[in-house]
Design a protein around this ligand. Sequence first.
Ligand code: ADP
Ligand code: TYD
Length: 208
Amino acid sequence: MKNKGYFISFEGIDGSGKSTQIQKLAGFLKSVGFEVIVTREPGGSVGGEEIRKLLLQGEVDRWSAEAEILLFTAARRDHLEKIILPAIDDGKIVICDRFTDSTRMYQGMRVPNLRNLVDTLNEKVINLDPDLTILIDIDPEIGLKRAKSRKTVEERFEDFGVDLQLKMRKGFIELAKEFGNRIEVVNGQQSVDKLAQDICSLVKVKLL
Ligand code: ADP
Ligand code: TYD
């Protein structure tokens, strides 16, 4: 067992099963003796959760893509300072529901050429990549149906509709090629337990 902190992010379109699989993975890692922190973006810290409300509630056209990049990055910086870096320094495993890859996709692809702004800001004020990213790939029709069945007030992004999710799915697969040494793609259209086994196998290779 390696005795150092480790940072795992989960990515994928809405309803792909990230939260479900994060709980499963955290349970497994705790059962074999790791200290694990589960967190999420936007949010994770007190300030980050306040910004989350601004971003995920309300009308679809509430923010431009540029304004969103600044808000997501501000939330991430606070989360990094208060939660992620201290936990990693403490030797814990941090599992985060979404990280910079989501901004690269959702904001970076909404308007042409915004990916550069995401990457520049990321380099200047975040400057941390996960050690491992699990990308759960799923048909957007299925993902959106699952996401919509939850009925929360945080539906601003789901309300962009299936076309955005289709674009995101394609973008995420491209991103997995771009960051081939970090991003592992798994099939979200299988049972919760089968998918959890696939993810566990990938993580075991890195940590055990
Ligand atoms: P995400 O965090 O990616 O939005 P969730 O884990 O919250 O996704 O899952 C969205 C919904 O789909 C939840 O109601 C969850 O119980 C259900 N779900 C998750 N994984 C599966 C799966 N493999 N098969 C069927 N339903 C699933
Ligand atoms: P999340 O709570 O993970 O939603 P879900 O469980 O439906 O996948 O994230 C909320 C929304 O925020 C999601 O639709 C994607 C969006 N988002 C961005 O647009 N950019 C970002 O940088 C992040 C972290 C999330």
